[in-house]
Design a protein around this ligand. Structure first.
Ligand code: FES
Length: 152
């Protein structure tokens, strides 16, 4: 019977480590960093080093992006956490409820647009006064990033 010693996890991750563990390309990680979504420290050789909690932050960003949440809203949500901490399970539960409401609202809007499109199919008038697609009701009031609801 052989025993193998557990390899200690590194305290900090290189960008290569982060790519390998997250599956997110280095270019995307650097972009997230430029946008202030994640942060790194630099070595004397000017190489990036990430704390391990950045993995969870990247997961939060990717999951939110999969839901169609704009980066600006993700950034706002992260920025509202105390001391800009990495989202905890409780944070995710609260924020994901907002994302769920956003997603439901977008689905309803898309279904409405699909129905309007069905009425247009085969028409081609493109009339600004008649066509429900060319002149939809003002939807800007319905459009929401969800992040405004995080406070409180
Ligand atoms: S194109 Fe005629 S109603 Fe939309």
């Amino acid at each position: 019977m052989s025993t193998s010693a557990a390899v200690p996890e590194p305290l900090q991750l290189t960008i290569g480590d982060l790519v390998a563990r997250s599956g997110v390309p280095a270019s995307t990680l650097r972009f997230y960093e430029r946008r202030g979504l994640i942060a790194s420290e630099r070595t004397y050789g000017n190489q990036r080093r990430y704390t391990r909690d950045v993995l969870r932050r990247v997961a939060f960003i990717r999951m939110s992006q999969q839901l169609g949440i704009p980066l600006s809203a993700i950034q706002e949500a992260l920025g509202m956490l105390p001391e800009e901490r990495t989202p905890t399970a409780e944070d995710w539960a609260r924020i994901s409820r907002c994302w769920h409401d956003d997603l439901s609202a977008r689905i309803r809007r898309m279904q409405d647009m699909r129905d309007r499109l069905a009425a247009c199919m085969g028409c081609g008038c493109m009339s600004l006064s008649v066509c429900a697609l060319a002149n939809p009701v003002d939807q800007s009031a319905e459009e929401s990033t969800g992040s405004r609801r995080f406070a409180g």
